[in-house]
Design a protein around this ligand. Sequence first.
Ligand SMILES: [Zn+2]
Length: 219
Amino acid sequence: MKQLADDVYQIACMPFSSVNAYLAGGVLFDAGTRQSEGTILKALRGKTVTAHALTHAHPDHQGASRAVCEALDLPLWCGTADADAMETGDFDIPPNPVSRFVDAVWTGPPHPVARRLREGDEVGGFTAIETPGHTAGHVAYWRERDRTLIVGDVVRNMSFATLLPGLREPPAVFTTDLAQNRASARKLLGLDPALVLFGHGRPIRDTARFNAFISSLAA
Ligand SMILES: [Zn+2]
């Protein structure tokens, strides 16, 4: 587990930072795939963890959620509009062969959501920012004091096709509403994050590059 900022750690659930979870402010943000249970529990050993929050309820973010919540007795929190998906396993993913494959291989079991997050809610010292589009209930998390942004899948720093680094929009095959996701990305423009933590890809500290990428997206 790699420390990136005060009380912020990256848990690489798959090689090359292709699927990430984070421990920040005592909260586990995201939980990789169903296969990530061992990696996450090992990373959290000896750490204080008080809750588990999702950026969104997709199979590569909620895969080990139930296993980790049960092992560590954690409450699960996620965006209001994704809570039903988390509790039923009926995810907000466009139906296509790629998403069906991912769903079959990575999806974790449903689990009750103890807290349905809204804009402005406080989560482990971060503030929830509603960023719908990739899913209806996608949430990013922002910590003003050191300008740390957990951006989830609003933007990724890895090509879905080649796994090479580079800022990208989330793939259309997994995104409910790309135009709405772009609007959510633009909502992050004024933040000027000093550290951006992605669901997919390595963290970046280049504020200008992050802002330029978002500005380059057509409305
Ligand atoms: Zn994802």
